[in-house]
Design a binder for this molecule. Structure first.
Ligand code: ATP
Length: 136
């Protein structure tokens, strides 16, 4: 039985709220794992795979950008978007990747904000494709 309470929340909904044994998340300083008894901890989250296990069940999610807090055997992950790996629309991600690449290939002008947005979109798209294709 799980000893940690995991919550993955987006602005739209609570994607995960359950007891788990272990969580592995994509932190801004690198991937980190949390087991029962982990010290209090704060980390930014960057686009990547979040996975967790309960008994012999493992689940994988794509998460985008946000932050995570570990405290009192509770792991809270607040992110802009999260999708179960099996529910990622890989074709949509591929199209998003193409759009972002096209923007990035244009002459770099004064609209740097658009380049940063395109870079972020490219990263999300690539990670979505990677997480959607991976088998457990
Ligand atoms: P797109 O340009 O295709 O919208 P995006 O990276 O800009 O991609 P986000 O802003 O990260 O999209 O997400 C907007 C909403 O759409 C979120 O609810 C997210 O979960 C969902 N979403 C985005 N891309 C996908 C996808 N490939 N498969 C499933 N859901 C997706």
């Amino acid at each position: 039985m799980g000893k940690l309470n995991l919550e993955v929340v987006t602005p739209e909904k609570v994607m995960v709220s359950q007891e788990v044994d272990i969580v592995v998340a994509p932190g801004t300083m690198g991937e980190f794992g949390v087991l029962e008894g982990h010290v209090p901890f704060l980390s930014g989250i960057e686009p990547g795979e979040l996975r967790f296990s309960s008994g012999d069940q493992t689940e994988r999610f794509l998460v985008t950008t946000g932050f995570s807090e570990v405290s009192d055997n509770k792991v809270s992950v607040l992110v802009d978007a999260a999708e179960k790996a099996t529910e990622i629309d890989a074709e949509r991600a591929r199209k998003a990747m193409e759009r972002a690449k096209e923007r990035l290939s244009m002459d770099r002008g004064k609209e740097d904000v658009d380049f940063l947005r395109a870079e972020s979109a490219l990263k999300r798209a690539i990670v979505r494709m990677r997480v959607s294709e991976k088998k457990i």
